[in-house]
Design a protein around this ligand. Structure first.
Ligand SMILES: Cc1cc2nc3c(=O)[nH]c(=O)nc-3n(C[C@H](O)[C@H](O)[C@H](O)COP(=O)(O)OP(=O)(O)OC[C@H]3O[C@@H](n4cnc5c(N)ncnc54)[C@H](O)[C@@H]3O)c2cc1C
Length: 463
């Protein structure tokens, strides 16, 4: 059978002779003479040399540690956030030893999980307990608490972000005390803590509202971009989960739709997404001088790609592996502005940034009532732009961010943006309420690193 990747390379080669790129490698923080262990996030955009890195084995150990640690304490999950939420020269605490299912209730379909659990490790035990997560993001490497802290989301116009499934939380506050909250106990803390950037305390356990186990049919279809724009809104309403990607300089993209299914587990042949991104990089390297030729080559190639259908248990049918690292900016826009903004993003990208090859991702998320959720009282269309991790993302993101801001977008808390406290205050009607809860939970600012102190400190208070 003809190898599709080979076909793209043949098309590129036919358009031009071969060439190669060499990429500069990023700088890294090294361990120092005191043997402190450096920390860096997934993409390498954030690095630090913390005074200590610890992973308590019990809640009691965690309480002792928080109460006694000198300086700032920051929780870390899987380090998959791009923003400087974790870096500190104080203590970094991982809950990697506090994982798994604590208890479940078959009647309410609720389950309590240790906050350090990785998403990819939750599906199996939950299924055995007769439950499944309502939705998942497009990777499953993150920790549960890390996801909640930044309002991590999947896609689905009728489905909220991960934090909207939370029914109760247990956390260790800045004094080392254990606090519980839900809609009845400490309701203000509950409204704040479901999306809290790790500023209210270290979350130890999470009670989630789940569903009975379900199976999903996922269908991926390559289409012309104009067709995607025409059908996107109605497809978003029609399918349980719907998202799409636009491949820059190709005129083509693909839609991805998930629906409930009783069909047997099955899968058609799949394109390796990581290889696909490498191919786009290759096309950029060779053809960035001619957008017209690049679109001809990429567009012709993509028109040969067949549909893919995968039927699998829900928790195995959301996430993909992302092996080609990148930096990312994602804004959540009021849904009605999404496609208008996307057209402008495409135009700006294709007229000013031939260096970009990563697809643009577009998703839909339902509103919620969580104070710092970007989806607070707003149904959203989320648009994400990416740059290869070894290449400078600043010029591209600087071009795109004003478009997102013009349409009143709120940035993903874990993804790159340049907003400051004054901007967030305008975007979040409950900002002051959150700030008051934060001051109460952490009056001395023990959970604030410099970035977060900039966001939350008012007139020096709370630092
Ligand atoms: C390849 C890739 C794909 C991604 N896909 C998606 C996606 O599909 N949808 C989406 O919305 N986002 C996505 N993201 C972003 C990611 O989901 C978020 O940044 C998420 O917060 C990362 O979780 P983490 O466990 O790595 O947490 P970290 O990045 O390690 O930490 C994030 C925040 O959580 C806090 N935190 C961690 N543990 C605790 C705890 N126990 N108590 C209190 N606070 C805590 C940290 O202090 C920090 O503020 C993606 C990121 C990458 C790199």
């Amino acid at each position: 059978m003809l190898n599709r990747r080979g076909m793209l390379q043949a098309l590129v080669a036919a358009a031009l002779g071969s060439s190669a790129v060499s990429l500069a490698s990023g700088s890294a923080v090294a361990a120092d003479s005191q043997r402190r262990l450096p920390w860096r996030n997934w993409s390498g955009s954030q690095q630090c040399l913390p005074g200590a890195r610890v992973a308590p084995a019990s809640v009691a150990q965690l309480q002792e540690l928080v109460a006694g640690a000198p300086g700032v304490v920051r929780a870390v999950g899987a380090g998959h956030s791009f923003t400087p939420l974790v870096p500190t020269d104080g203590t970094i605490v991982s809950l990697a030893r506090l994982t798994g299912l604590v208890e479940h209730d078959s009647r309410t379909l609720q389950a309590t999980l240790w906050a350090g659990s990785r998403l990819g490790d939750i599906g199996g035990p939950l299924e055995q307990a007769g439950q499944a997560l309502v939705n998942m993001p497009d990777i499953d490497e993150q920790s549960l608490a890390g996801c909640l802290a930044t309002a991590t989301h999947g896609t689905g116009a009728g489905i909220g972000c991960m934090s909207s499934f939370v029914e109760g939380l247990q956390l260790v506050d800045a004094r080392g005390d254990l606090v519980e909250c839900d809609r009845l106990r400490n309701p203000e803390l509950f409204a704040a803590a479901r999306v809290s950037l790790g500023t209210l305390g270290i979350i130890t356990q999470v009670k989630l509202q789940n569903l009975a186990p379900y199976r999903l049919r996922r269908e991926t279809v390559w289409r012309e971009f104009d067709e995607i724009l025409e059908i996107a809104e109605s497809e978003a309403d029609k399918h349980r989960n719907f998202e799409f990607y636009y491949v820059p300089f190709s005129g083509m993209g693909f839609t991805d739709a998930h629906d409930l299914s009783d069909d047997p587990v099955s899968s058609t042949e799949k394109i390796d997404g990581n290889e696909g991104v490498r191919d786009l990089q290759l096309a950029r390297d060779w053809l960035d001088w001619s957008p017209r030729l690049r679109e001809l080559v990429l567009g012709s190639y993509m028109k040969t790609l067949g549909d893919e259908v995968t039927v699998a248990n829900s928790w195995k049918n959301y996430a993909s592996e992302r092996n080609v690292r990148f930096n990312e900016m994602e804004y959540h826009l009021p849904r009605e502005h999404g496609l208008k903004a996307l057209r402008e993003v495409r135009l700006a990208l294709e007229t000013r940034h031939p260096e970009v090859f990563f697809p643009i991702e577009v998703r839909y998320v339902k509103h919620d009532d969580i104070w710092l959720s970007p989806f607070y009282e707003r149904d959203c269309c989320s648009i994400a732009v990416h740059r290869f991790f070894e290449e400078d993302y600043v010029p591209y993101f600087r071009t795109i961010e004003p478009i997102f801001r013009k349409y009143h977008g709120r940035p993903h808390w874990g993804k790159l943006n340049t907003l400051q406290q004054a901007d967030f205050r305008k975007l979040y009607p409950r900002w002051e309420d959150f700030a008051a809860v934060r001051r109460e939970m952490d009056p001395r600012g023990r959970f604030l690193n410099p970035y977060l102190a900039g966001l939350f400190a008012s007139n020096g208070a709370g630092q």
